[in-house]
Write a protein that binds this ligand. Structure first.
Ligand code: ZN
Length: 223
């Protein structure tokens, strides 16, 4: 069950009649971000998942885990699946997209670094309750993502992260196709498409503002 009755919804607040499923996320999909964390630029997408229980709405104050070190912001374009996608090509992937939104891939960075050093999975650093705050969605139909969309995050009025979807090492439709050869994507599942450079720690009381081109903006506060 998702946290506190979270439901997928459009930006006007009206509900989307899809279940809330898993989120498949891609690490290091922007070269500059891979470099800032001292990671090699991968030849193949680095995939991991967050469960439905990690999802919360952006409209409620966000509660960060305590006593586990820095929680980093990673602003990302989120894709909401409307159709099942299994071993699909990029063109099929395109028509399976229901909407686009903004997400924060919250990360316990120090814990993640320890887990990486020990060769362990990242889940504890990435999949905790509240680790995936999500905005409302805009309909995929109305949007051409062929044109590059700016993905940006301001914290307390200061620009921290910005990039655009044209910088993705694997672009959206190809990424969905690739994922669908690893995991079946179900209606109501999400794909997080990676974060541009500029990640950093969040603090209590921070005010966040995120943008996806001129398509969508969202705000959040840290409790
Ligand atoms: Zn991420």
């Amino acid at each position: 069950m998702p946290e506190a009755g979270y439901r997928h919804h459009w930006i006007d607040g009206s509900p989307i009649e899809l279940p809330v499923g898993k989120a498949v996320c891609v690490g290091r999909n922007y070269a500059e971000h891979a470099r800032e964390l001292g990671n090699a630029v991968p030849d193949e997408p680095v995939l991991f998942m967050k469960p439905a229980s990690a999802i919360v709405g952006l409209d409620e104050p966000l509660h960060l885990p305590e006593g586990q070190g820095a929680v980093h912001h990673e602003v990302e374009m989120a894709v909401l699946m409307g159709e099942r996608l299994r071993r699909a090509d990029a063109e099929q992937a395109r028509y399976a997209i229901h909407g686009y939104g903004l997400a924060l891939d919250l990360t316990l960075r120090e814990l993640q670094n320890r887990l990486k050093e020990q060769g362990q999975p990242w889940e504890r650093a990435k999949a905790f309750d509240g680790a995936l705050p999500l905005s409302g969605f805009v309909e995929a139909r109305g949007i051409s993502i062929k044109q590059n969309l700016r993905v940006a995050l301001e914290v307390n009025g200061e620009l921290r992260q910005h990039g655009d979807t044209g910088q993705m090492l694997m672009p959206t439709f190809a990424l969905l196709s690739h994922i669908s050869h690893c995991f079946t994507l179900e209606p109501g599942d999400l794909v997080l498409t990676g974060t541009p450079a500029g990640v950093g720690p969040l603090a209590s009381g921070d005010r966040l503002r995120m943008h996806l081109g001129n398509v969508l903006s969202a705000s959040a506060t840290i409790a």
